[in-house]
Design a protein around this ligand. Structure first.
Ligand SMILES: [Fe+2]
Length: 384
């Protein structure tokens, strides 16, 4: 067995009503002035008021940065950094989906390290820990509350870029499924399929470990059983609880095992066509997995079993086919399209997207099948 490390948030608090533990965690971290980092849409839902209420027992001054956008640009991090500096905040509470958490995580390290966010794009380039971040996800999918990664859009280069450092890991993750109840069905579907993609890619990653396997398989099992219900009826708390847990498990798994070609191929869709991250992953997932089958055939049978497919008597190859069918069926059931052309992607853009995806070497290195730029173009064409 090769040597491997396992990283996650220092403290993970789960369960209905766990938001009410927020004040205690702020006190434990010894903060004096708190900045909530969120997006304008969430601000309107009243969820931020609940977070402020949960913070009230601290008696501390609370500021608000609500300029986070979907697929956030590098510039948003710079603006958040300015807000932290101007207000003299020493703790960030990120509330929202992956975008808000990623902006908070990226901004936090800029308060203790010199330069701009551009200096830290890449792996392990951050010298010192940043301000503490408490992550409070309101979607069930990105897993950003437990990952050492922030993904940001470079508009000029039309690329998504990643800052990866253990110092980006939130100090505390509070995963309260009650915060996900108001999430509309299309976001529940997209974020849920993102979580499934995390689990699947972590499970077949060349850097998978026994720890990440256990987490990834349980996430796959939970998502295949509960995502449909969560999309059909967002008020079903059992479904919401199970999806929140699945997203967390998948996040912990991929934070350590890594994600692969699905995420690499999804980035150009987000950067050039503004396809939401989860939708891009969901559409690409079956086609990338068809290409990946040879790289991890026995593992596909195990994933098919985790999804509840009756494949015990089948060969690995046949069972793997059932797995691909099962993920396509799940995607269709939650109303995600099966083709790139349904997302506004043009055929003429494919060669350029393949050139963009092949540059995401950080993720392609985890993929169980080595891909060339021609392989990637073929996958896009099949998915088109
Ligand atoms: Fe993702």
């Amino acid at each position: 067995m090769k040597i491997s490390y396992f990283w996650t948030a220092n403290t993970i608090i789960t369960g209905r009503g766990s938001l009410n533990r927020l004040a205690d965690e702020v006190k434990n971290l010894g903060a004096s002035k708190i900045l909530i980092v969120t997006d304008p849409v969430l601000l309107k839902t009243g969820l931020i008021d609940r977070v402020k209420e949960a913070l009230a027992p601290t008696g501390l001054e609370i500021g608000l940065f609500s300029e986070v956008e979907p697929e956030p640009r590098l510039q948003v991090v710079t603006r958040c950094q300015q807000a932290i500096k101007e207000g003299g905040y020493d703790l960030l509470v990120a509330v929202g989906g992956g975008s808000s958490m990623d902006v908070a995580k990226a901004s936090s390290i800029l308060m203790t390290n010199p330069g701009t966010i551009n200096d830290y794009i890449g792996v392990n380039l951050v010298p010192k820990p940043g301000l503490p971040v408490i992550a409070v996800p309101t979607t069930a999918g990105t897993g950003s509350e437990v990952t050492p990664i922030a993904i940001l859009s470079d508009v000029e280069e039309q690329l998504k870029k990643g800052v990866v450092s253990p110092y980006l890991l939130p100090r505390v993750a509070i995963v309260d499924p009650e915060l996900t109840v108001t999430m509309p069905p299309h976001i529940t579907a997209a974020t849920g399929m993102d979580a499934l993609t995390h689990a699947v890619e972590a499970y077949i990653s060349v850097n998978a470990t026994t720890i990440t396997d256990a987490l990834a398989l349980e996430a796959i099992r939970l998502i295949s059983r509960h995502l449909r219900t969560a999309v059909a009826n967002g008020e079903n708390m059992e479904a919401r609880e199970n999806m929140a847990m699945a997203s967390l498990l998948a996040g912990i798994a991929f934070a350590n095992a890594g994600v692969g070609a699905v995420h690499a191929l999804a980035y150009p869709l987000g950067a050039q066509f503004h396809v939401p991250h989860g939708v891009a992953n969901a559409v690409l997932l079956p086609y990338v997995m068809e290409s990946n089958l040879l790289g991890a055939l026995p593992r596909f049978k195990i994933m098919a079993l985790a999804m509840g497919e009756r494949v015990e008597e089948l060969s690995d190859r046949e069972a793997a086919g059932k797995f691909i069918e099962a993920i396509k069926q799940l995607s269709t059931d939650v109303r995600i399209p099966l083709h790139l052309r349904d997302l506004g992607v043009t055929a003429g853009a494919i060669p350029g997207m393949a050139e963009g995806a092949i540059k995401v070497t950080r993720l392609l290195a985890n993929n169980p099948r080595k891909l060339t730029v021609d392989d990637i173009r073929e996958i896009y064409e099949r998915a088109f």
